[in-house]
Design a binder for this molecule. Structure first.
Ligand code: AP5
Length: 218
């Protein structure tokens, strides 16, 4: 099974991808996480991406498409995957179509669903101020909705919880503008292909997972 999670910054894509990959037994590929690791490790890709990310802009398509090409070639993707944060522009979606036509369709992997998590911008602005992430493993928490067991400490690895640089209110505002202009048109792109399923954000993480699984017919 191959699945794309669409949604505004902070819609809950990463949170849901982590839960769904356990239920569906396929890996999650998050371009945001791959880029943050590259920035942290000071790789050439990380150096290229850092300024765009800090400013809440999209990293250029050619950089992202290269990353995805390499990642989809890895063995753990053979039975499918969940894409979180990719594609984010029409050229990225077209590149994905081309990559699939070349290789993965031959291996018999179906391209099943595109789930769009719907949530109003005002709710995002409020939610982002409470997000904390582990500086070591990247796990995501929320001070109220998804608190860690011990304040400031990651449940999974014991790492320190920090605020992401791009969660400053002004940067979030800009990321939302970029989302509406560059990424939201993908909803029509996939609706025309009969793949889009919209799921309303629910008051809890668990209820949103249930709504997504329901939309997937599981
Ligand atoms: P990326 O990391 O992909 O950021 P994003 O899409 O803006 O999404 P976020 O990670 O901010 O949010 P999310 O939807 O995963 O929400 P989360 O689950 O954390 O990308 C970062 C940057 O990298 C981009 O700005 C860009 O520069 C670059 N980039 C990445 N991919 C790219 C691409 N393809 N092309 C070009 N550039 C690219 O949830 C948010 C918070 O809400 C958490 O605190 C969570 O605990 C809480 N929460 C979640 N669900 C619920 C719920 N139902 N109820 C209450 N709280 C909830």
């Amino acid at each position: 099974m191959k699945m794309i999670l669409l949604g505004a910054p902070g819609a809950g894509k990463g949170t849901q991808a982590e839960r769904l990959c356990k239920v569906l037994n396929i890996p999650t590929i998050s371009t945001g996480n791959i880029l943050r690791a590259a920035v942290k490790n000071g790789t050439p890709t990380g150096k290229q991406a850092e300024a765009y990310m800090k400013a809440g802009k999209l990293v250029p398509d050619e950089v992202i498409i290269g990353i995805i090409h390499d990642r989809l070639d890895e063995d753990d993707c053979k039975n499918g995957y969940i894409l979180d944060g990719f594609p984010r522009t029409i050229p990225q979606a077209e590149a994905l179509d081309a990559a699939l036509a070349e290789s993965l369709e031959k291996a018999g992997i179906r391209f099943d669903d595109v789930i769009s998590i719907e949530i109003p911008d005002e709710a995002i602005m409020e939610r982002m101020s409470g997000r904390r992430v582990c500086e070591h493993c990247g796990a995501s928490y929320h001070l109220v909705a998804v608190p860690p067991k011990v304040p400031g400490v990651c449940d999974s690895c014991g790492g320190k919880l920090i605020q992401r640089h791009d969660d400053e209110p002004e940067t979030v505002k800009h990321r939302l503008e970029v989302y509406h202009k560059e990424t939201e048109p993908l909803k029509d792109f996939y609706a025309e292909r009969g793949l889009l399923r919209s799921v309303e954000n629910q008051p809890s993480v668990e209820a949103t997972t249930k709504a997504i699984l329901n939309a997937l017919g599981r």
